[in-house]
Design a protein around this ligand. Structure first.
Ligand SMILES: *[C@@H]1O[C@H](CO)[C@@H](O)[C@H](O)[C@H]1NC(C)=O
Ligand SMILES: *[C@@H]1O[C@H](CO)[C@@H](O)[C@H](O)[C@H]1NC(C)=O
Ligand SMILES: *[C@@H]1O[C@H](CO)[C@@H](O)[C@H](O)[C@H]1NC(C)=O
Ligand SMILES: *[C@@H]1O[C@H](CO)[C@@H](O)[C@H](O)[C@H]1NC(C)=O
Ligand SMILES: *[C@@H]1O[C@H](CO)[C@@H](O)[C@H](O)[C@H]1NC(C)=O
Length: 525
């Protein structure tokens, strides 16, 4: 249905715009091909054979550099879609000609999916490091240093799922989850003990139950969907191709220098199973997924802290916050009336509308219609404004609100401190790990990106990911140093501290440290 297709094209002039996009990319391709023929061929030398390796530029990298130069001359690169320059302004919400700012909000029921061109902000499945695009740090490819990757701290949001927020009057469509099996079973901690039956959750509706659910079908809200599982598997395969096969950091099978953690949520746990199977398709056996007790968890707002809600309500009473509600008054009242969503939980932020629409569009469903008038439906244009308002809110929460440092400290400061101590251990030569992977939520990725000073923060979408790479280098005299590179969804983060492509590890620690509270117990009150 054309009315709900939200992607690279704008609703106003879809044909003209998409032709332009095609032309632009074929022009770039032409440029790249032309330059490849005349460029020198470079090779990797001993990439995985030696402890320290020296690198020379390879032609592929040259192409990517040319590509980004060419694309930036002609307009937006895929990476630019992450950084709308006017996101801090409420006109970003009200200006309908911005559309989705190049972002993609649509995926079929079955995955895996990935933005086209790859690297574009894609709400349903954010890009991640893949061997096709992965570039080594320039400091290594230009011959000024030699080095090796010694540590990877990888964080990701879970994969795509059904929504948390069901419309108050009910949904005008059914949701089906028979195509996915959320496993749940327990056994003793030994392969020689009882091996349990691999049970999975099968949600069903019983017509004799007098209570009628607000949405018909066979899903829980939220739950991971089949597309999410398939995206996760691809995500793991791609991480293996870069950090295992190419860079030799991730071992061929799990060992005691890899470590996994999730929140208490089945969403993050299910993502872990899919991603790690993509990484190690033939591994037999189980792996520990570390979790803190949920009452004190340092991710997903586990511990209770009244300063979280008090800081939130103070930042939601500023002039800027109120201005974003004013410019969206008409939109909120139209959606409220159409969908029966007039109470404050739907009207005070864009969280619920965004979540509801994203859950539909990312799993092969359409935008909702009124239950009482099937021709009154949410339009593409309305959904795009909802998504722009959601992006504005995330940028405000984690970048521009007047209490931002305190807000990040109380919500995520302890976890940021944990990341720093793992990085510090590498710097001190005392790390017991090579690779740590944590499966978390948008509400964790947002403040972490805020602590890194990301230039603009759109809502950290499904499977959005941060890769902290630590490289050990050796100069010509043999002196060792540690450098860090931070990739957000596959590309070095554009930050107020500059591009985080090659910074001394100690400097990265300095950038994040102000967000670690000295005394969280007293800060929480
Ligand atoms: C964001 O906009 C507000 C005004 O609405 C301004 O006070 C603030 O400095 C801006 N912040 C950034 C980081 O641009
Ligand atoms: C709306 O956004 C477009 C870019 O998409 C820009 O050219 C235009 O100036 C903006 N209009 C206003 C009123 O901010
Ligand atoms: C190589 O790249 C690094 C990092 O961008 C830079 O500091 C260095 O000056 C470059 N060296 C040469 C020889 O271009
Ligand atoms: C759910 O299905 C029942 C039985 O088919 C139907 O009467 C009801 O209207 C449906 N509810 C919704 C919210 O679609
Ligand atoms: C149903 O919605 C359509 C589209 O918004 C509108 O034109 C029509 O008047 C509505 N019908 C009723 C009975 O409210």
């Amino acid at each position: 249905m054309a009315g709900t297709s939200i992607g690279l094209t704008t609703p106003r002039a879809p044909n003209a715009r998409s032709r332009l996009v095609r032309l632009r990319w074929s022009f770039i391709l032409f440029l790249v091909l032309g330059l490849t023929i005349s460029s020198e061929i470079y090779i990797f030398e001993g990439l995985r054979q030696t402890w320290f390796f020296s690198l020379k530029p390879i032609s592929i990298m040259r192409n990517l550099i040319v590509l980004s130069v060419a694309a930036s001359v002609l307009g937006q690169t895929p990476g630019d879609t992450f950084y709308p320059p006017t996101l801090n302004d409420t006109s970003y919400i009200s200006n309908s000609s911005i559309g989705t700012y190049g972002g993609i909000y649509k995926a079929p029921t079955n995955g895996p999916t990935g933005g086209n061109p790859y690297g574009t902000y894609d709400y349903c499945s954010m890009p991640h490091p893949r061997s096709e695009e992965y570039e080594l740090p320039k400091a290594l490819t230009n011959g000024s240093a030699e080095g090796k990757l010694v540590y990877l701290e990888y964080l990701q949001r879970h994969q795509r799922r059904t929504p948390y927020n069901i419309l108050p009057g009910g949904e005008n469509q059914e949701y089906h989850c028979d195509n996915v099996r959320p496993y749940l079973y327990a056994g003793p901690n030994s392969a020689s003990g009882i091996q349990p039956m691999p049970m999975y959750a099968q949600t069903y509706q019983d017509p004799s139950n007098p209570f009628v659910p607000d949405v018909n079908g066979t899903c829980q809200y939220p739950q991971i969907t089949i597309g999410g599982v398939q995206d996760g598997y691809q995500h793991g395969k791609d991480l293996w191709s870069v950090y295992g096969k190419k860079l030799g950091l991730i071992p061929a099978k799990p060992n005691n220098r890899v470590w996994f953690r999730s929140s208490e949520s089945p969403l993050t746990q299910a993502s872990a199973g899919a991603v790690l199977r993509g990484m190690w398709p033939h591994y037999k056996g189980a792996l520990p997924l570390h979790q803190m007790a949920s009452s004190v968890d340092t991710v997903n707002e586990g511990y209770s802290c009244s300063a979280v809600s008090s800081t939130l309500s103070s930042l939601q009473s500023t002039t800027q916050w109120n201005e974003h509600l004013t410019v969206t008054e008409e939109l909120r009242s139209k959606l409220g009336a159409m969908l029966g969503a007039t109470d404050s939980s739907w009207q005070n932020t864009f969280d619920h509308f965004s979540d509801n629409f994203q859950g539909r569009l990312c799993n092969g469903y359409e935008l909702p219609c009124s239950l009482t008038n099937s021709s009154a439906c949410v339009t593409t244009e309305m959904a795009e404004e909802v998504f722009r308002a959601g992006d504005w809110e995330w940028n405000y929460y984690w970048r521009t609100n007047p209490d931002v440092v305190k807000y990040i400290q109380v919500v995520e400061g302890l976890f940021i401190g944990e990341i720093i101590s793992r990085l510090q251990a590498v710097l001190d030569g005392k790390s017991s790990l090579d690779y740590s992977h944590t499966f978390i939520h948008d509400g964790d990725i947002g403040p972490i990106l805020g602590s890194l000073g990301i230039e603009a923060l759109r809502w950290p979408a499904m499977a959005s990911n941060v890769a902290f790479e630590v490289w050990e280098t050796k100069d010509k005299k043999g002196a060792k140093s540690f450098y860090a590179r931070v990739l957000y969804s596959g590309h070095p983060i554009r930050s107020i501290h500059g591009l985080l492509d090659w910074v001394p590890l100690s400097k990265l620690i300095d950038i994040m440290s102000p967000y670690v509270p000295e005394d969280i117990i007293s800060l929480c009150g």
